[in-house]
Design a protein around this ligand. Structure first.
Ligand code: DGT
Ligand code: CA
Ligand code: CA
Length: 571
């Protein structure tokens, strides 16, 4: 049975961890971890890539060996190396290593100091409060571990990109059935939240049992949780739960509003209806027993005196008041994007040459990209020093001379060092079209030190954009401590811009931070941080996040034509 990206990523990550625990070649362990992140963050499913005969070695950091292994995992559902590694460790240590926060050091402490070999022994130790007796096993770690031990296996929330993979395939499968009308995804997925708890699907169908039967027959279903003529719930192999509801066509709009949510948005709408003496539920908008709207969302909103509210805004964050005065923002959309301002090539840790990235961007209808490889401090990425960067700019000049209709901007993703100075001298930065600055180290500084550090970087007039400003990796690493209010204020004062990094595990700035930046007049770049041509397709997730942040085309740098963009990049 074929596996999904999340599951493949988990196996690769665990392999990296076990290799590290064994203490072998650290680069090998790191390569697996990195491959896990790449696979986990892909815009397309590995299954699709393999089916289309795509060369997996084009993905960043994936060589022949890893490509073969990933293909084997994806097609057989098993990973022999991982099984072997688990087998080589005593007891359940292989599974214990997969728990959150358990790395090689803590695993060794658990084994040496507490004699833990099995999950049962670990549970007993945690319940008896013995973890905190060992330095390094108490505090937050103990709390997190207890939670993880209580929870059934598998992640409880899924990244949007992962659910999109599942949803695309599943919706196509359901639509293929006979006698089916609309089949639409609702819930947090339709609101484009960065993570999704479960997937809600609405359908109209002649026979509710039949479409439910078809869902149950889907190849990735492992468990049926409920089955009836109006509702079928299943669990997929990845652990994702799917709720399918069959509704009459006359109620589709009302049901879409209800099941798209959010709950807070729904409650506010219902209060609005009640004030007019009406009733709103998933079947329609009713005046006494008479349905006055229900077949489309537009009709329901209109009857309530509201403009149509895009799903991304339905969080009860002021959208209803704005819809009442017809002053909702005209949200940015993918079609507004004219270029990508954060892109890597194989000069640092990207997978392909500059020309390939440029061609891929052009094929997506863009007029420009900014090449922003890493700077020297990030040695592991083969970051550029002054000499290589100036050779790269020559290369870009040569490539640009070949094309009238497309421009490669010369840029760098320069490291912000611990003290807030930049990793390359001003003399070279001055020669670039744009400088993207980012924190890649010392995530552990105090909020004050981290904030000061980034503001100091923005003090450098060559810096145009701060990339992934909070450093979070969704589900993996929290944002570093930083005072976002002060950062936004400083950016506004300096004419510096922030990035919404579109990588599905970053989405950094988040929706709320983006909205706060907009309120302060700070402009944003929506950038993919692509390390391969396919990575450019992450743009849509960045746009989703921006829409959730009430962002309009005018708030975004890369909706501009090149001359206007150049002006904004100059400080
Ligand atoms: P999730 O799945 O945790 O990412 O978030 P949602 O928003 O998809 O939530 P879910 O799956 O529990 O329910 C789907 C939608 O159904 C939710 O957005 C709003 C609606 N809904 C669920 N429970 C209630 C409720 O008690 N009252 C109202 N008014 N709506 C509800
Ligand atoms: Ca849901
Ligand atoms: Ca649900």
């Amino acid at each position: 049975m074929p596996l999904h990206n999340v599951e493949i990523a988990k196996m690769l990550d665990q392999t990296g961890e076990l290799l590290e625990i064994q203490g072998g070649n650290p680069f090998r362990a790191r390569a697996y971890r990195r491959a896990a992140r790449v696979v986990g963050g892909l815009g397309k499913s590995i299954q699709t890539l393999i089916a289309a005969d795509k060369d997996l070695t084009e993905l960043p950091g994936i060589g022949d060996d890893l490509a073969a292994k990933i293909t084997a995992i994806a097609t057989t559902g098993r990973f022999d190396l991982l099984e072997q590694l688990k087998h080589e460790l005593p007891g359940d240590l292989g599974d214990i290593a997969a728990l959150p926060g358990v790395g090689p050091k803590r695993l060794k402490l658990l084994y040496d100091r507490l004699g833990v070999r099995t999950l049962d022994e670990l549970r007993r130790c945690a319940a008896a409060g013995r973890l905190r007796d060992v330095k390094g096993l108490g505090g937050k770690f103990e709390i997190r571990l207890r939670e993880a031990l209580q929870k059934p296996a598998g992640p409880s929330r899924f990244r949007l990109s992962v659910v999109e993979d599942e949803a695309d395939a599943l919706l196509a499968f359901l639509r293929d059935a006979g006698g089916v009308g609309a089949v639409v995804a609702a819930g947090s997925f339709r609101r484009r939240r960065e993570t999704v708890g479960d997937l809600d699907i609405l359908a109209t169908a002649r026979d509710g049992w039949k479409i439910g039967d078809r869902l149950i027959a889907y190849e990735n279903v492992v468990k049926t949780l409920a089955h009836g003529p109006m509702r079928t719930s299943v669990e997929l192999r990845s652990g994702l739960q799917v709720d399918l509801r069959v509704v009459p066509a006359a109620s589709l709009g009302a049901a879409l509003i209800y099941f798209t949510g959010s709950k807070a948005h729904n409650l506010a709408l219902r209060r609005l209806a009640q004030r007019r003496g009406w009733k709103l539920n998933e079947y329609g908008l009713f005046d006494q027993d008479h349905r006055i709207a229900g077949s489309t969302e537009q009709a329901v909103y209109r009857k309530l005196g509201l403009s149509y509210i895009p799903s991304e805004l339905r969080e009860d964050r002021g959208e209803i008041a704005a819809a009442r005065t017809h002053s909702l923002p005209a949200l940015v959309s993918l079609a507004d994007i004219r270029g990508d301002l954060h892109v890597h090539s194989n000069w640092s840790d990207g997978a392909v040459p500059i020309a390939v990235m440029a061609e891929a961007a052009r094929a997506r209808g863009y007029g420009y990209i900014a090449l922003t490889d890493h700077s020297q401090h990030l040695a592991i990425t083969h970051g550029l020093d002054v000499e290589r960067l100036s050779r790269q700019t020559d290369e870009i000049d040569r490539l640009n001379a070949r094309r009238e209709d497309f421009t490669i901007l010369k840029g760098i993703e320069v490291d912000i060092l611990t003290d807030g100075t930049l990793d390359l001298p001003d003399s070279i930065l001055a020669r670039l079209d744009l400088v993207v600055a980012a924190v890649h180290s010392r995530f552990d500084l105090s909020a004050k030190a981290q904030t000061d550090r980034i503001i100091r970087a923005m003090d450098n007039p060559h810096v145009s954009i701060v990339a992934h400003p909070t450093g979070r990796l969704i589900g993996d690493r929290d944002a570093y401590a930083v005072d976002m209010e002060r950062l936004i204020e400083a950016a506004a004062g300096h004419g510096c811009h922030f990035e919404i990094n579109a990588e599905p595990d970053r989405l950094d700035l988040s929706d709320l931070h983006a909205r706060a930046a907009k309120a302060a007049g700070v402009k944003l770049a929506i950038s993919t941080d692509a390390h391969s041509a396919d990575g450019l397709d992450f743009m849509r997730f960045g746009v989703d996040q921006a829409r959730r942040g009430w962002i309009e085309p005018g708030d975004i740098l890369n909706t501009r034509q090149l001359p206007a963009l150049r002006k904004l990049l100059k400080r």
